[in-house]
Design a protein around this ligand. Structure first.
Ligand SMILES: Nc1ncnc2c1ncn2[C@@H]1O[C@H](COP(=O)(O)OP(=O)(O)OP(=O)(O)O)[C@@H](O)[C@H]1O
Length: 482
C-alpha cells in the first residue's frame, strides 16, 4: 500500500521527507509554549546554556508522541474491560483470535506481519463492535499502549472499498506528528491491501486547487481537514463511512479543536460510523465525547493504580543544593545503584546537577523540555539500554515514562505546584509502581529545612512513612537494601 500526500512521485517524495523529518526528531515543541532554547551539556562536562528557572510544562501532545516513539510492546492490564452498550439487550461479543473477525485475507496477513498473535484486551471487546453490521458507534478509553490505534486502523482498513477512489475514512489527530504516526500504522497493517492509500491533511501539504483526492483514507488535523472539506471542497464528507477522533483528551486541550471537530462531524452522513478514543477520561473528555458521538457504545479499561507500598522512602535534610549533591554522593558511595532517575523541579537545577555529576565522572544524561520529542525518545532509549546509569530530568519525564527497570528515584527537589503546595500526583508518578509488578524500590527526597512541612504533608497524604536518613552516617546508608 502506498501513502501519498498528493499523487505521483512528487507526493511520494514529500511523504518521505515528512516521515524522515519525524525520525530525525527535529520538532520545535520547545517553541509551543514560549520556552527558550538552551544547550545540553557537552560530553566533556562543559556546558553552554542560558540559565533559566523555568519549570517544564507537560505538553500532552508531545507526551503522547513520545509514548508512541518509545513504546516497545503492548501495555497489559489486570483490570476487566467495562462495556456499556447502547442497546443492553443486544448480545455482547468478544473475540480471542483475529480469525474470528472474518477479516479480508490481506488484512489478516498485515496483522500477523506486525507480529500480533491475538487481540489485546481492549481489542477483544472493541473489534467485534467496530466491525459489526450495521456499524456501531464507539467511545473507547484505555491507557496509552493498550491497542486502540491498531483497533481503529483495522476498522478503517476493513471498511474501505479499494475500488472506490475517494476518501471513505477520515481520522482526526491533534497534531501533524501524531497523524503521521497513525498513518504509519495504516501503512504497516495495510501492507498487503495494495490498492488502499492514505493521504495526510496536515499543514504544509499543499494540494493544487481542483485536485481530485483518490485516496480512501485521510488522516489529518482538525484545522486542515476543515479547510479541505469546506473551503477547498477537496473532501466530500457525505461519502465518509468511518470517522475516527483519536486522542480526544489531547484534542480538547488544544484551543479550537473541539469546535472544529464538531463542525466536521455535523456534516457527516447519519450512517457514518463514529469512533472516539482517549487515553484518559476526565469529565471534560466525556462531555466532548457525548457531544460528538451519537448513540455510542462505551468501552473502558481502567488504568493500573500506582502505589507506594513497595517503595521505601527516605528524606535527607540539606542546607542548599551543594549540600544535596554531597548527600547524593554519599548515598551513591554507600549503596550499589543500578540505574537511577533524579528529578529536579527546574531546568536550571537539572543542568547544574548534570554538570556536577559529569565532572565527577558519572555517566549521566539530561532529559528536559527544551529537547525535541525525538531527542527525548533517543535519550530514554539509551537509558533503557543501560548506556547511562543516571537520568536527570524535570517534570517532563514524571509521567508516561516506563521506569520499571529503575529501582532508585531521587527527588532532588520535591514536586510542588504553583501555590508551593506539594504536588501529590507528580510525587506518586515519579516514585510509584503498579502493585501488580510488586517490584521494590527506593526513593530519596533531598529537602531543605523549610520544605519539611511539605514532606510531612506528602507523608500524611499517602499515609506512608518517609524515614530520615543522615547522609554522614555511612553505616546506616550501607544497611539500606532493595
Ligand atoms: N493485538 C496486539 N498484539 C500485539 N501487539 C499489539 C497488538 N495491538 C497493538 N499492539 C502493539 O502495541 C503497541 C501499542 O498499541 P497502540 O499504539 O495501538 O496502542 P494505543 O492504545 O493506541 O496507544 P496510544 O494511545 O499511545 O496511541 C504498538 O506497538 C502496537 O503495534
Amino acid at each position: 500500500m502506498a501513502s501519498l500526500l498528493w499523487g505521483g512521485d512528487a507526493g511520494a517524495a514529500e511523504s518521505e521527507r515528512l516521515n524522515g523529518h519525524l525520525s530525525n526528531l527535529i520538532y520545535p515543541w520547545k517553541n509551543l509554549r514560549g520556552i527558550r532554547s538552551t544547550a545540553v551539556p557537552n560530553v566533556d562536562g562543559s556546558v553552554n546554556y542560558t540559565e533559566d528557572d523555568e519549570e517544564d510544562v507537560v505538553d500532552l501532545a508531545a507526551n503522547s508522541l513520545l509514548n508512541k516513539l518509545i513504546r516497545q510492546s503492548l501495555v497489559e492490564s489486570s483490570h476487566l474491560v467495562e462495556v456499556l452498550q447502547k442497546d443492553p439487550s443486544s448480545p455482547l461479543y468478544s473475540v480471542k483470535t483475529f480469525e474470528e473477525l472474518r477479516l479480508k485475507e490481506e488484512l489478516l496477513k498485515g496483522i500477523y506481519a506486525m507480529g500480533f498473535n491475538r487481540p489485546s484486551k481492549i481489542q477483544e471487546m472493541a473489534l467485534p463492535m467496530m466491525l459489526a453490521h450495521p456499524p456501531q458507534n464507539l467511545i473507547a478509553q484505555s491507557q496509552s499502549g493498550t491497542g486502540k490505534t491498531a483497533a481503529f486502523v483495522l476498522a478503517m482498513l476493513s471498511r474501505v472499498n479499494a475500488l472506490e477512489l475517494f476518501p471513505q475514512c477520515l481520522c482526526l489527530a491533534p497534531t501533524y506528528e501524531l497523524a503521521l504516526q497513525t498513518g504509519r500504522v495504516v501503512e504497516r497493517m495495510g501492507k498487503f491491501c495494495v490498492d488502499v492509500q492514505v493521504m495526510y491533511a496536515i499543514r504544509g501539504n499543499q494540494i493544487p486547487r481542483g485536485t481530485d483526492i483518490t485516496k480512501q483514507i485521510v488522516i489529518g488535523t482538525p484545522g486542515t481537514v476543515l479547510d479541505w472539506c469546506f473551503k477547498r471542497r477537496l473532501i466530500d464528507l457525505t461519502k465518509i463511512r468511518v470517522f475516527v477522533l483519536d486522542e480526544a483528551d489531547v484534542m480538547i486541550d488544544t484551543q479550537g479543536f473541539s469546535d472544529q471537530s464538531i463542525r466536521i462531524q455535523r456534516a457527516l452522513p447519519s450512517e457514518c460510523q463514529m469512533l472516539l478514543f482517549s487515553a484518559t477520561f476526565e469529565d471534560s473528555v466525556w462531555q466532548f465525547a457525548e457531544r460528538i458521538i451519537p448513540d455510542p457504545n462505551v468501552i473502558k479499561l481502567r488504568k493500573e493504580e500506582l502505589t507506594l507500598n513497595n517503595i521505601r522512602q527516605y528524606y535527607v535534610l540539606c542546607r542548599d543544593r551543594k549540600d544535596k549533591y554531597q548527600a547524593l554522593c554519599n548515598i551513591y558511595g554507600g549503596i550499589t545503584i543500578g540505574q537511577a532517575i533524579i528529578f529536579c523541579q527546574t531546568r536550571r537545577n537539572a543542568k547544574w546537577l548534570t554538570v556536577e555529576m559529569m565532572q565527577d565522572g558519572h555517566q549521566v544524561s539530561l532529559l528536559s523540555g527544551e529537547l525535541t520529542v525525538d531527542q527525548r525518545a533517543s535519550i530514554i532509549q539509551r537509558f533503557r539500554d543501560g548506556k547511562e546509569k543516571v537520568l536527570i530530568t524535570t517534570n517532563v519525564c514524571a509521567r508516561g515514562i516506563d521506569v520499571k527497570q529503575v529501582t532508585i528515584v531521587v527527588n532532588f527537589d520535591l514536586p510542588v505546584n504553583q501555590a508551593e503546595e506539594p504536588d501529590y500526583e507528580t510525587y506518586l508518578h515519579r516514585i510509584g509502581r503498579t502493585g501488580r509488578f510488586g517490584k521494590k524500590g527506593l526513593a530519596f527526597n533531598m529537602i531543605e529545612l523549610d520544605k519539611l512541612p511539605l514532606l510531612k504533608k506528602i507523608q500524611d497524604h499517602f499515609n506512608s512513612s518517609i524515614k530520615q536518613l543522615d547522609p554522614e552516617d555511612m553505616d546506616e546508608i550501607e544497611k539500606i537494601e532493595y
